[in-house]
Ligand binder design. Sequence first.
Ligand SMILES: C[S@@+](CC[C@H](N)C(=O)[O-])C[C@H]1O[C@@H](n2cnc3c(N)ncnc32)[C@H](O)[C@@H]1O
Length: 254
Amino acid sequence: MHVREGDIILLYRSLKRKFVVKVEKGRDIHTDLGVIRLSNVIGLPYGSRVKTHLGEEFILLKPSILDAVYIGFKRKTQVIYPKDAAYIILTASVSSGSRVVEAGTGSGCLTAILAYLVKPTGRVYSYEVREEFLEVAKENLNSVGLLDYVELKLKDIRKGIDEDQIDAVILDLPDPWNVVEHARKCLRSGGVLVAFLPTINQIERTSIVLRDLGFIDICVVELLLREYRVERDSTRPKTLMVGHTGYIVSARRP
Ligand SMILES: C[S@@+](CC[C@H](N)C(=O)[O-])C[C@H]1O[C@@H](n2cnc3c(N)ncnc32)[C@H](O)[C@@H]1O
């Protein structure tokens, strides 16, 4: 397969030096190892090596959804970490055709992952209270061709959820306990609510409201991800790790 104008590509040099860009004639990518002319990559097969004006090589690849979101997206808010997103989508059982309500949209990182999974027949209804974040999310989703599967809504989700017969409600906002009643009304039987929260106090409050409103299968987890450094005869965990992102509570509507 060959690179065409308008493609989103990954320019890979190393774990720490990767660029996700849209191929546009006349556009240059400035790296610390020199400039790459995107006009020169049009027509090259994926897997090719391209050189900067200083002769430094990058490999031309198709980006994964992880690359596209976590390297390519503009970030204007705190975003969900991949380890947490992975658990959330599995717990919420999101797949092609799912109808998912999400809040808040933020930079649209989780929205994009959800849209990637629900397409082509499903839909993500994403609520956000701040217009400036919705604009960024819109731009991000559009840049990877996922906007068609998302309805971006400028609305405080605590005021109600407009949709019904929803498969999953996913919340990344400070006070999900104020949304549980609305979620109960919009979820289909067996539908799942998942909330991501940074503090245990928020988790406790949300869990108690979930229990009081009749949700079942309430489960709280924290995921710790440890990266490894691989060296012959000395492979071991990296010295530094992200010690805390947040907790996740999930529950089902009977
Ligand atoms: C941490 S960010 C979400 C990040 C997003 N999950 C991502 O991965 O890009 C939280 C967002 O929730 C929005 N928010 C907070 N309360 C809200 C509410 N009641 N209804 C809708 N959005 C809300 C905030 O404006 C903020 O953009």
